[in-house]
Design a protein around this ligand. Structure first.
Ligand SMILES: [Zn+2]
Length: 474
């Protein structure tokens, strides 16, 4: 039973099927590999020539971080050496993993917003990140081939330019540190063409990851030990724009039980403590339908505050009309300076949960109209006023942080609104779209707004036809 305590992190990640259609799959490791970037094809080939013999291969990884996220060369070396240690352990019994390593290439190169976005919120941003080989370390991931309340990482399969975050809101420092090399290795595996390993819950390529996921099978070793991505896959495929509105699945951050066959249902109080960041499979959540009143109480219980975003994700799957005002209250309450992370995590999750409930229960637009207000950045700037740092350098968020976070929260709210699947929402989104076309706005702002609204219209349609869960990142 020791593995019952494992925490697993699911990260969503888009996968391209052989037909060239994107199927969303769960990338359990939310962005572990994010920092690993393949350093460029030329460097790649060179290193292969040098080391491809029986000695294995040293994969060069270049890394770029958003400049407000602390990350040194030494940090990256530590992550990569711990990832390489996993390969080395496996290599004692599996030949193809012998001598396979990940090493930093060049210095960690910070970027600002003129170079790459600071978070991954839109498909167009994924295209930017994967157009460059380096691993990108960003603040938030709320899109990965589909909707997600927050992911650890996102990577093309196969491809380049993984995206990861360093901290998962609500997770402990020791979990974050322990899972980081596993995540990187997992995501790196995806970029090499590896899919999830659903058979071994302790696999690095398992759909749910934690610090103890350290096994790699022979065929995975063969891919990781090769200089060329699996199946001759073209790395360029990663830069291909993904169709919006594809299937998505939400990432889930902790493992439930090992994915063994036992359908045993843990008490809901334990279930929500699993540090899942993203949506666990719907079937798993549905098991708690009978616990709705209890879960609604837990939402505001201080004892469960660290798990609030998990509770919200669960409510999205089991809630009804009466759950909506509770979520609205969360959205409408100021973010507190004392528990900023938990509050932000909850607000990134609440709009999607609200839209999901509205979709399943066929609720009218007026029940979720707060999401329409919350689609405006100004709504969130107001609710972030208490956490604004009074002076530069003091604790709290500066103006840029507030702007960037408000933008992501507004995007998330537009999506939550859209996935209600409601016709009335659709017509309001269309009005908004028409208004944006003719509004006096700086052109880049208009383009981004139109792209968000176009995506929202697609999400609305997908959700109406296939249910809100069809819009989640897998
Ligand atoms: Zn994965």
């Amino acid at each position: 039973m020791f593995h019952m305590t494992l925490m697993r992190v699911f990260e969503p990640r888009p996968a391209f099927s052989s037909r060239g259609v994107i199927a969303m799959r769960h990338r359990h490791v939310a962005g572990l590999l994010g920092r690993l970037a393949i350093a460029g094809f030329a460097a790649f080939l060179l290193s292969e020539v040098q080391t491809a013999d029986a000695q294995g291969i040293d994969h060069p990884i270049c890394v770029r971080n958003f400049n407000k996220i602390p990350l040194t060369d030494a940090d990256v070396d530590d992550i990569l050496s711990r990832a390489s240690a996993i390969l080395s352990e496996v290599g004692t019994t599996r030949l193809p993993c012998q001598g396979v390593k990940l090493s930093r290439q060049g210095n960690v190169a910070p970027f600002d917003e003129s170079v790459f976005p600071r978070s991954l919120a839109l498909e167009s941003e994924f295209t930017k990140f994967t157009g460059d080989a380096c691993v990108k370390v960003v603040e938030r991931i709320i899109w990965c081939g589909g909707l997600v309340p927050g992911a650890l990482g996102c990577a093309p399969v196969p491809g380049q330019g993984l995206v990861v975050v360093r901290r998962v809101l609500g997770l402990t420092d020791s979990f974050n540190r322990g899972v980081e090399p596993v995540t990187w290795l997992h995501e790196f595996g995806h970029t090499r063409g590896l899919q999830h390993n659903a058979l071994d819950s302790l696999s690095v390529m398992a759909p749910g990851l934690g610090p103890t996921n350290r096994s790699i099978n022979d065929s995975e070793c063969a891919v990781l030990g090769s200089a060329v991505p699996a199946a001759g896959a073209a790395p360029l495929a990663a830069a291909m724009p993904m169709p919006a509105g594809g299937l998505i699945e939400l990432a889930q951050a902790t493992g439930v039980t090992p994915q063994s066959a036992e359908p045993a249902r843990m008490p809901v109080e334990e279930f929500v403590k699993q540090t899942f960041l993203h949506n666990p499979p719907l079937e798993k959540l549905k098991q708690y339908e009978g616990d709705l009143p209890k879960v609604q109480e837990m939402l505001f219980d201080p004892k469960f505050a660290p798990y609030r975003s998990n509770i919200i994700v669960l409510l999205g799957a089991i809630g009804n009309k009466d759950t909506i005002p509770l979520l609205a209250k969360i959205i409408d309450t100021n973010i507190s300076p004392e528990k900023t992370d938990v509050d932000i995590g909850a607000r990134l999750a609440a709009p999607l949960a609200m839209g999901t409930i509205a979709n399943r229960n066929n609720l009218p637009e007026k029940d979720i109209s707060i999401l329409r207000s919350a689609s405006q950045q100004g709504f969130w700037e107001q609710r972030l006023s208490l956490v604004k740092a009074p002076n530069p350098g003091s604790k709290g968020l500066d103006d840029d942080d507030v702007r960037a976070l408000s933008r992501d929260l507004a995007i998330q709210s537009t999506r939550g609104y859209a996935i209600s699947g409601s016709e009335e929402v659709r017509s309001k989104l269309q009005e908004e779209h028409a208004g944006t076309v003719s509004a006096a706005l700086p052109e880049p702002v208009r383009q981004e707004q139109l792209s968000i609204l176009n995506d929202a219209l697609k999400l609305n349609k997908t959700s109406k036809e296939m249910g809100a869960y069809a819009t989640f990142s897998k």
